[in-house]
Design a binder for this molecule. Structure first.
Ligand code: HEM
Length: 956
């Protein structure tokens, strides 16, 4: 018995080996026949161009994706280029494996990714790569996908995302505060990790009502970025060997032995998410509800089939949502951050646009408002384009229709039929580098998204594939956009200005291969540092202690009066470290640290001097009974000038004179608001002060008709300039507050004329001021020149006129600052120069025209204190040391001093000039026939005063 039994197993095993070989041979034969059929003219895709090997087998895809790892997309891109050059009319569509074609013509995307009743399955070959087979994303069948997607989709509508916007705001601020707390750390960190924590917390909070809390942990690790990459690593092996997916289940058994990051992801996907779904179900069963519906609690209550509510199925869905919602968005944010740091001009333009609508970076306007900002939108679109989202191809199978591709290639018509049942797809990496739609496609150029009217270009937007199209397009697009708009706005205003790239180059961003999502060569991320900061306006006060402590009572005092920002900024300005960061060596003639102080001190000094001189002048002339129209104008002008200086000082306290980076939006807006009010008051002050001077000169030049005409012209120019500037400023924006509240313009509630209009207004005022200032110096100089007076007296008079001419020079200094309106950058800083120059100029006008009258005040003190006004007029003598500039050449005076006074007599022919100066004391006898009258004149007197004086003289 035993001898018979022995060879049987051997026999059987030989049979089995033959059987196995036979089966293998049959399989090989089948595969060869299949390959032959695939390349035969009988195959439905036979007419689609492409390499023979790819048409026959999956070997090229296997080689590039599995062996070379994730490189088939790049190879497909090459195929489009190769077939474009060899077969002129075949490029837009190439065959990339036996059952799939690839398209690189975006105009065909609406056919591939169709909507409505047009059914599109996903290819099993591609779904095999995903371990989340029961999620909507991993569902092959069109109808089942619809059933699974619809209950989820309502959570991602714009309306729903708007409801959770406040929570996203909170997370955005948390992210910024946490980043700013890293200021001063020498060690660079990968910003992508930080962004990954933000996006994970956002989607997990929305999904489960409770976020993962990754932003609350110390540092940025662990997070999902690297582990997600690790988990996506086997995507191609799964695709070709789907049975290996079973190993994923083993992960949860080995979770404690895995590296920390991978362990986190496996634990999250395999343990935590299922547990959260189970908890949602338990809460629901127990009647526990959250303040607002969470995705998974709602799914459990939805009309979904009972089987689709199974915890494992919902866990797959949760993993798909959390996975898709994390890495795509955070990588897009990293790409944008990198390019903003590399291109300061883009950052500056974006900052400027944001600053126009953001009052306070910690309280951003809503997503809907931010969405209206064209340049922000352009930066986001360009970031999405170069971050690709899903970089590898995503194909669809039309199950009920053939697709007809009609197009043009190299200016020749081409036509291809893609039969139903075969896959056709596109890849964002290829589409986003289509040079026809995106010239110089590897460059980061937000401008390409805007037309000449600074509006978003719809045509180019249709060339984007970032969120895919059609019934299986990105479900979370609205959430992603809301996150991107809010986060980028806050980062640009609060963090990016302080961020520096560290050892990161274009190579660290460049697409190298993909694992569904784009991967770079060394996966080093975007490494940055945050520069050392002290407490500044963009930083959370809770996050650091102030460098210097102001007395708390002083702070409270300032705070109560609305100077809250001033207190902390004052500390900054006093602190050397902060000064080092705010003072940049560029073309500013006054640094931002000095300018506010300069405005306060210089403007106040000139105001005080003007108030003293004008008060004394008014007193002198009023007490002497010779107060006239020019004095009245001077009083009104000085009151307006006082108001203008007070306004400028207040504007300085709320932010004028500082760079935008040192101000929050409220301060910027307030500074510009008070600047605009100041303009209106200043032009009034200027016009009235100038009018006063003009009227005075008219009195002096009463007999010189040409001079009088010239002065009237100046008067006309002065008031014309006043009206143009005053009315122009008021009408520049409608309503006027749009000037300092750009949100009104953005929201369409306000409009402003082009900025050139404002610049023209500024230059009109400046030019007319220079012309009139100079003329008001030159005209009295001409009058003086023609008078015969002592040299010393003339020198005094010219000295005073030179002082007055400083006003014109100061007005010239402000010209370049008017041009700063063109760039619209740091306006509170640049316009402060204009304010300073103008305050000084008006002050000089008041002082210079009042000083001459002061002689009377001091004279009355020194020599005539006991005399009344009438006595003063008659008590003059040669020893009074005054001189008078008179309009009557024959009138001579032995007085010394200078006055812009009218000395006039109706009967000029009765008068004759006295010998002046030394001649008075000469031994040469005076010819009594040459002297008709001898009179010492009080200056600044009216006609009748002079006549009175003359009569007194006669009496004498
Ligand atoms: C910048 C951010 C994002 C980009 C570029 C992006 C891109 C895409 C793309 C291209 C697809 C289609 C994949 C395919 O055809 O197979 C997709 C699908 C999907 N995305 Fe996004 N995504 C982003 C953010 C998000 C967010 C924040 C969520 C959060 C919920 C999300 C959830 C999904 C889901 C659930 C799907 C599958 C949809 C379906 O198959 O019905 N995505 N995404």
């Amino acid at each position: 018995m035993t001898t018979i039994d022995a060879p049987l197993p051997l026999y059987i095993s030989i049979l089995q080996v033959r059987y196995v070989f036979g089966l293998a041979g049959l399989y090989m034969a089948f595969k060869v026949l299949q390959a032959l059929y695939n390349v035969s003219p009988f195959h439905p895709l036979a007419r689609i161009p492409g390499p023979r090997l790819a048409a026959a087998t999956y070997l090229p895809e296997f080689y590039y994706d599995v062996v070379k790892f994730g490189c088939y997309t790049k190879e497909i891109k090459k195929l489009h280029e190769i077939y474009a050059s060899r077969l002129t009319n075949s490029c837009p569509i190439v065959r990339i494996n036996p059952h799939e074609v690839h398209c690189n013509d975006i105009s065909f995307s609406n056919e591939i990714y169709a909507v409505g009743g047009r059914k599109r399955d996903k290819p099993v070959h591609q779904i095999n790569g995903s371990a989340l087979g029961q999620s909507g994303f991993g569902t092959v069948d069109h109808d089942l996908h619809r059933l699974r997607r619809i209950p989820l989709a309502k959570f991602f509508s714009r309306a729903m995302i708007s409801r959770i916007e406040p929570e996203i705001h909170v997370l955005v601020n948390k992210l910024c505060d946490k980043l700013l707390r890293q200021s001063g750390d020498k060690e660079a960190f990968d910003i992508t990790m930080a962004y990954s924590c933000f996006t994970s917390d956002t989607i997990s909070g929305y999904s489960f009502g409770e976020s993962f809390g990754l932003l609350d942990q110390k540092g940025w690790y662990p997070n999902f970025r690297e582990p997600m990459a690790a988990i996506l690593q086997p995507v191609f092996v799964f695709r070709f060997f789907p049975w290996t997916k079973a190993s994923v289940g083993l992960g949860k058994l080995l979770v404690d032995y895995m590296p920390k990051d991978i362990g986190l992801l496996v634990r999250t996907l395999q343990i935590d998410l299922p547990a959260r779904v189970r908890k949602a179900k338990a809460d629901m069963d127990a009647g526990i509800t959250y303040d607002r519906p969470t995705i998974f609690a709602s799914l459990l209550q939805s009309d979904l089939d009972l089987l689709d509510k199974e915890p494992q199925r919902l866990s797959d869905e949760a993993a798909a949502v959390v996975g898709a919602g994390t890495e795509t968005t955070s990588w897009a944010m990293s790409v944008m951050t990198y390019h903003l740091l590399r291109k300061p001009e883009v950052l500056a333009k974006l900052t400027q646009e944001l600053e126009a609508v953001v009052q306070d970076p910690k309280h951003l306007p809503g997503w809907l408002v931010l969405e209206t900002l064209p340049y922000l939108g352009a930066v986001i679109q360009e970031g999405l384009r170069l971050s690709y989202g899903v970089s590898s191809r995503t194909a669809r199978i039309p199950t009920e229709e053939n697709l007809l591709y009609r197009g043009e290639w190299n200016k020749k018509p081409v036509e291809h039929v893609i039969p139903q049942g075969y896959a056709v797809g596109m890849s964002a990496f290829i589409t986003h580098h289509d040079e026809r739609a995106f010239p110089n496609s590897y460059a980061f150029a937000p401008e390409r998204w805007l037309d000449e009217n600074n509006q978003r270009r719809k045509d180019i937007e249709r060339s984007m594939l970032a969120f895919s199209h059609g019934s299986r397009a990105c479900l979370g697009m609205n959430l992603a956009l809301c996150e991107l708009y809010l986060a980028l706005a806050a980062l640009v205003l609060r963090v990016i200005p302080h961020m520096r790239l560290s050892d990161t180059t274009d190579d660290d961003l460049a697409y190298d291969h993909d694992m569904f999502i784009p991967m770079t060569k060394e996966n080093r991320g975007v490494r940055v540092t945050i520069k050392d900061l002290r407490l500044g306006p963009h930083m959370s006060s809770a996050s650091t202690s102030p460098p210097l402590d102001l007395c708390s009572r002083g702070k409270a005092f300032l705070d109560q009066r609305g100077f809250a920002g001033w207190a902390s900024r004052a500390q900054n300005y006093l602190h050397p470290a902060t000064m080092a960061t705010t003072v940049n060596p560029d073309d500013r003639f006054i640094q931002p640290v000095e300018l506010p102080l300069a405005i306060l001190v210089i403007s106040s000094i000139f105001l005080i001097l003007a108030l003293i001189t004008v008060s004394l002048r008014t007193y002198t002339r009023a007490t002497r009974g010779i107060f006239s129209t020019d004095d009245a104008f001077m009083v009104v002008g000085t009151v307006a000038y006082t108001a203008a200086t007070c306004l400028s000082n207040y504007a300085t306290l709320v932010g004028l004179g500082r760079l935008n980076e040192d101000l929050n939006s409220w301060q910027q807006s307030e500074a510009i608001k008070y600047y605009v009010i100041w303009i209106l008051v200043y032009v009034l002050a200027l016009a009235t002060v100038k009018s006063s001077i003009c009227i005075t000169i008219v009195r002096i030049a009463s007999t010189k008709i040409n001079l009088r005409i010239a002065v009237y012209v100046l008067l006309a120019i002065t008031w014309a300039s006043f009206f143009i500037t005053f009315v122009g400023t008021l009408l520049y924006c409608r309503p006027v507050e749009t000037m300092w509240t750009p949100a009104l313009a953005i929201s369409g509630k306000g409009t402003c004329a082009p900025v050139d209009t404002f610049i023209i207004l500024g230059h009109t005022a400046t030019v007319s001021t220079i012309v009139t200032d100079l003329a008001l110096v030159v005209l009295p100089a001409i009058v003086l020149w023609n008078t015969q007076m002592k040299k010393q007296a003339k020198l005094q008079a010219f000295g005073l006129l030179s002082f007055a001419s400083v006003a014109s020079i100061i007005t010239m200094v402000r010209i370049p600052y008017v041009n700063r309106f063109v760039a619209q950058k740091d306006l509170p800083f640049w316009v402060a120069h204009i304010m300073l120059c103008s305050n000084v100029e008006t002050g000089i006008g008041c002082i210079a025209s009042s000083v001459p009258s002061l002689r009377h005040f001091f004279r009355s003190d020194s020599s005539e204190s006991s005399s009344g006004p009438s006595q003063k007029k008659t008590s003059g003598s040669n020893s009074n040391n005054r001189f008078t500039v008179g309009s009557v050449p024959r009138l001579a005076s032995t007085n010394q001093g200078f006055s812009l006074a009218t000395v006039h007599h109706g009967r000029a022919e009765d008068w004759e000039r006295l010998n002046d100066g030394a001649s008075d004391h000469s031994d040469t006898p005076i010819d009594p026939r040459s002297i008709h009258y001898k009179q010492t004149y009080a200056v600044d007197i009216k006609m009748q005063d002079i006549e009175t004086d003359v009569e007194h003289g006669k009496a004498l």
